[in-house]
Design a binder for this molecule. Structure first.
Ligand code: GTP
Ligand code: MG
Length: 288
């Protein structure tokens, strides 16, 4: 884990050039990404000089503050007086559909929300509708669906109208992760976004990007593309259970400034943890 090695590094004594170089290397190896790593180390170097810091122990305190300042606050509270819509986005295989089941479980069991509904708006991949249908069945959630190949915007429109009519609280909309090409995919998502904007108050509509933590810097590239196309409000990092690196969290904060709301830690509906920036920083550099 990145944190362990950083922790070891900060156990040493002097604050020479070698220390800063080693820190930068560790951050980059840990998926933090070159530009954020360089920036963090540069900032630390400046602050050490400015404050006349002599020991690595004191430097760590400053470093922790810098890391924390990269991570915006992140929870996704619901409005209880209207329909909330979470549009779930991301490339194929990152865990979108699984995360929808997790979110349904979380909002129902932890936050006591009644009236959750799924929109099966991945009409592109064979088997996608059946997959979300099975999950809905297991969780006893209503699902709005049409035939494979139908217009995803129309599925979402139907879901919105019926959810409003029934007075439901949370609509979780699945989307396709792959189409004939990327331009098609992004254009489709922009169309879906238009269907929702204007029908739902902006503070009740969240575009949530699902990223696979294992893909590291590649995931960050995906995030930039989606963010440019539809402006992402929040990120959920999945497969956190499958990576030893924590740096992607800092890369997301440093490069995109998009808050992370949850971490996926397994395949079951119960495997979702709210992301807490304070305890993340503590755990990353735990022991100091
Ligand atoms: N270990 C682990 N596996 C996960 C996690 N989230 C999803 N998965 C697995 O990743 C695989 C893909 O998940 P899906 O939810 O189908 O992914 P998707 O983004 O909907 O994929 P497409 O519909 O093909 O675009 C499944 O085998 C999931 O069980 C996680 O947090 N941890
Ligand atoms: Mg899916």
């Amino acid at each position: 884990m990145l944190g362990l090695r950083i922790k070891e590094l900060f156990r040493g004594n002097d604050l020479g050039t070698e220390f800063y170089e080693e820190l930068e290397d560790l951050l980059i190896e840990g998926d933090v990404g070159a530009s954020t790593a360089v920036r963090l180390v540069e900032k630390l170097r400046e602050e050490v000089k400015k404050q006349g810091i002599r020991t690595r122990e004191d430097a760590l305190r400053v470093f922790k503050q810098h890391i924390r300042s990269l991570l915006p606050c992140a929870s996704l509270p619901l409005r209880r007086d209207t329909l909330n819509v979470f549009l779930i986005l991301g490339v194929n295989g990152v865990g979108k559909t699984t995360t929808i089941a997790k979110l349904a479980y979380h909002y129902r069991m932890v936050e006591g929300v009644k009236g959750i509904v799924f929109a099966a708006a991945d009409t592109f991949r064979a088997g996608a509708i059946a997959q979300i249908d099975t999950l809905a069945d297991r969780l006893q959630v209503r699902v709005v669906k049409q035939l494979p190949g139908s217009d995803p915007g129309a599925v979402i429109y139907d879901a919105l109208e019926s959810a409003k009519a029934k007075g439901e609280t949370l609509l979780l909309a699945d989307t396709a992760g792959r189409m004939h090409n990327r331009t098609n995919l992004l254009r489709e998502l922009q169309k879906i976004d238009k269907v929702i904007t204007g029908r739902i108050d902006s503070d009740a509509y969240r575009k949530i990007l699902i990223l696979d933590a294992v893909t590291g810097q590649n995931g960050l590239q995906q995030a930039k593309i989606f963010h440019e196309a539809v402006k992402i409000d929040s990120i959920i990092l999945t497969k956190w259970d499958g990576t030893a690196k924590g740096g992607i969290v800092l890369a997301i904060g440093g490069e995109l400034g998009i808050p992370i709301s949850f971490l996926g830690v397994g395949e079951k509906p119960t495997d979702l943890k709210p992301f807490d920036p304070d305890s993340f920083v503590e755990n990353l550099l735990e022991g100091f």
